[in-house]
Design a protein around this ligand. Structure first.
Ligand code: ADP
Ligand code: MG
Length: 309
């Protein structure tokens, strides 16, 4: 097995291949770079920012794959009661969590952003593959699902190259291709708000994606309150509920990324009820009381490590 590392999308990226193959690793990192150049909203020249800059002015034609990704994100945003909102960009920019934001923005700035986050105002034309944001100032933000989408692309590429097994870790967003002979991949789940090496649990998986949405990844403290990066476009504030993180184990990393955010928004009870009817998606939730709650474990095994739960 050989490990390769890089820093991209503002995150550490780790690739494990079945054997030394620096050329293949370079190609994977190149693929990630290309996709990031399409999807990031942290650079003015990305494809998505071209769509955003044309808000209120004109539609922008995008490649089919990106059109399908935005269509999926819009559909999920319009599900009844969905916390997920692809039009959340103006609110994300107002909060600047993880960048320079160290105190909540003034309420008039939040109100201004809230007037620009209705997913109905994103117009998609399936004939021309064009995207039009109706109001000036609107912004699509795919930060919640871009890594999952890219992780799937990496696995598809490695599969096409007949790589027997591999693991890609995109800043905590993990996808695995098959597994090394005789043992599954072991994936650590970080203990929320502890040092990066302290684990709450270890998951054994093979050929599945493991994606976490957690409020301890990017946040700031202000007057004893924790303001994190999963925002509620109904209130304009970070979502307040009983969860610290949701980790989704699924076949597709994009779907895992979508559901880690959606289930985080649903909270424990509703998530468990939903998961009971969707056996293809499994989850491990960590609550504010540091309880670890697993749905089913058909496609992975969860070993709880932190016994002081
Ligand atoms: P990460 O892996 O970076 O922690 P998540 O998958 O948990 O990311 O998604 C958080 C990111 O999604 C935020 O940084 C922001 O860009 C975006 N975001 C925040 N709130 C929402 C929301 N309600 N719906 C969709 N995307 C959101
Ligand atoms: Mg996500």
């Amino acid at each position: 097995m050989a490990d390769y590392q890089a820093v991209m999308m503002g995150s550490p990226i780790r690739l494990s291949l079945s054997q030394e193959n620096p050329q293949r690793a370079r190609e994977v990192f190149q693929l990630i770079k290309q996709q990031e150049a399409l999807l990031t909203v942290n650079r003015a020249d990305s494809l998505l920012m071209t769509v955003n800059r044309a808000a209120g002015r004109h539609p922008v034609v995008v490649p089919n794959a990106i059109f399908q990704l935005v269509s999926l994100a819009r559909q999920v945003s319009l599900l009844p009661g969905s916390l997920f909102n692809l039009a959340i960009g103006p609110l994300v920019k107002a909060w600047r969590i993880g960048f320079s934001g160290q105190c909540p923005p003034p309420s008039r700035q939040i109100d201004k952003a809230l007037a620009l986050v209705d997913p109905h105002d994103i117009q998609l034309d399936p004939d021309t593959h064009s995207i039009f944001l109706r109001k000036p100032g609107m912004e699509i933000d795919l930060g919640a699902i871009a890594k999952g989408y890219i992780a799937d692309k990496v696995c598809q590429y490695l599969q096409s190259q007949q790589e027997p097994y591999a693991l890609i870790n995109l800043g905590g967003n993990i996808h695995t291709l098959s597994r090394p002979v005789d043992h599954p991949w072991q994936i650590g789940l970080r203990k929320p708000f502890s040092s990066p090496h302290t684990l709450s649990a270890r998951l054994a998986v093979s050929g599945r994606s493991v994606v976490t949405s957690g409020i301890y990844e990017r946040y700031f403290l202000h007057q004893q309150r924790c303001y994190h990066h999963i925002l509620d476009s109904r209130t304009g504030y970070p979502l307040d509920n009983d969860l610290l993180s949701v980790t989704v184990v699924s076949e597709s990393s994009l779907i895992g990324d979508v559901y880690s955010t959606l289930l985080y928004g649903m909270g424990v009870e509703q998530s468990l009820a939903w998961l009971a009817h969707h056996p293809e998606i499994e989850a491990v939730m960590i609550t504010r009381h540091n309880q670890i709650i697993c749905s089913s474990q058909h496609h992975f095994q969860c070993h709880v490590l932190d016994l002081n739960q």
